[in-house]
Write a protein that binds this ligand. Structure first.
Ligand SMILES: O=C(O)CCC(=O)C(=O)O
Length: 415
């Protein structure tokens, strides 16, 4: 019998806050739990792996479209990490100035040439209540200290993250904070919505509403399992050499998200065609389809989301007329009981007050106040009218709130 049925809890709305299970008994049974960077390098031999390279800057994050991408073996990566002699391309990168991240690599692809590797022996999602054919597209993330992923949310499903080696810090924000973290589709990556806020040094003059956001902060250690609910924002940073794995699991509302994504893709295609310089925002892995291909993807998504759109519309009406913010508001004690594990805790106590001790430079976010807002507004009025660029216009046109209006209009027109 499954003791910890995460699938049931997550898909039936019994947990809708992030949750960490410290030293999770179930996942520690997985063979992959014993993986270390050294063992990984031995298993993979000379096989080349993609690494994302960023510059170490104390208070500046690196967006994916600003990173370099290289291919090297895992052992070259480890030698470089330890400042040992290594060959190109790592030898060209100054270790003290750069970080490297083999991020979001499908486990099945990475280990396809490793003879003794069997996915279900390594990772057994059934121990968490999933069916044997679920979670097979899990990804692995191997990064040096300071490597990070810019703040974003994933369009589909919910996410389970297992920390295998080293420590990794997650800063999460609820979907209700969306307007406080300034969503954008530039840079564009299919199914990721980025925040414009620099999480290592937020500019509160530029992003005023960020001071109202509600971060949940947690440091994952080896053996910890993190549940990331649907559409929760996250900024993730490796605090030391780290390995983690994750998988996204589908939810019913993904039908609606698929239509939202299809419309966004079509708009991105349109703006990059009108001004090719906007292509700098495309994260290289992804190619946008032609306009007609994009249109037919929207059409398909509209057809498959039709049934769901009826539910969505009803939900939206109810949401407006009711003040209840959440489907499921059970307290920590109740949830611990549901999970039937002593090691479970919810990092909800990591609220805004906690920030100062985590990031000293965030203290100015806390001290920022209404007077500062007034001053900033007056200053802006004194400035000359800023010039509207194609970049500004593209950012507005592809903004998730605008796309949501288009999606609603599509539902109305094709009812
Ligand atoms: O671990 C990371 O750097 C990012 C992980 C992430 O974005 C995710 O699992 O959704």
């Amino acid at each position: 019998m499954t003791l910890l049925n995460i699938k049931n809890l997550a898909t039936n709305g019994k947990i809708d806050d992030p949750m960490v299970i410290k030293s999770c008994t179930e996942t520690q049974k997985w063979k992959i739990s014993a993986l270390t960077p050294k063992k990984l390098a031995e298993k993979l031999g000379n096989q080349l792996v993609n690494f994302r390279i960023g510059t170490i800057k104390k208070d500046d994050i690196q967006w994916e479209n600003e990173c370099q991408y290289i291919k090297a073996s895992m052992s070259e990566f480890l030698d470089w990490n330890d400042s040992k002699f290594t060959s190109e391309p790592f030898s060209k990168l100054d270790r003290s100035e750069n970080w490297a991240y083999a991020d979001y690599i499908y486990i099945k692809d990475l280990f396809k040439n490793v003879p003794d590797f069997k996915f279900t022996d390594e990772i057994d999602w059934t121990l968490l209540g999933f069916d044997p054919d679920e979670g097979l597209d899990a990804a692995i993330w191997v990064g040096t200290k300071s490597s990070h992923t810019a703040c974003h949310y994933d369009s589909y499903g919910f996410n389970l993250v297992y920390q295998v080696f080293g420590r990794k810090r997650w800063i999460l924000f609820p979907p209700s904070d969306s307007e406080n973290v300034y969503p954008t589709r530039l840079p564009y990556e299919e199914s990721s919505v980025f925040s414009q806020v620099n999480m290592l040094n937020p500019d509160v003059n530029k992003h005023k509403r960020f001071s109202r956001a509600h971060p949940y902060i947690v440091t994952l250690e080896p053996g910890d399992l993190l549940f990331v609910p649907h559409h929760w924002w996250h900024f993730v940073e490796n605090l030391e050499l780290s390995i983690s794995i994750n998988a996204w699991f589908p939810l019913e509302q993904d039908y609606h998200c698929r239509l939202h994504e299809a419309v966004t893709q079509l708009l991105i295609q349109t703006v990059t065609q009108s001004d090719p310089s906007l292509s700098q925002w495309l994260i290289s892995k992804h190619q946008t389809p032609t306009f007609n291909e994009g249109l037919s993807i929207v059409e398909q998504a509209l057809t498959t989301s039709e049934d769901f759109s009826i539910v969505e519309k009803t939900d939206r009406k109810t949401a407006k007329s009711s003040e209840t913010p959440k489907k499921c508001l059970c307290n920590i004690a109740q949830r611990s009981a549901i999970l039937n594990t002593e090691n479970c805790y919810i990092p909800a106590s990591y609220c805004i007050e906690h920030l100062a001790s985590v990031f000293e430079h965030w203290t100015h976010v806390k001290s920022w106040n209404q007077n500062a807002l007034k001053e900033a507004r007056q200053k802006r009025c004194r400035l000359d009218r800023p010039q509207l660029t194609s970049n500004d216009f593209a950012r507005c046109l592809t903004a998730p709130s605008v796309v949501e209006c288009i999606v609603s209009e599509l539902y109305r027109q094709f009812e």
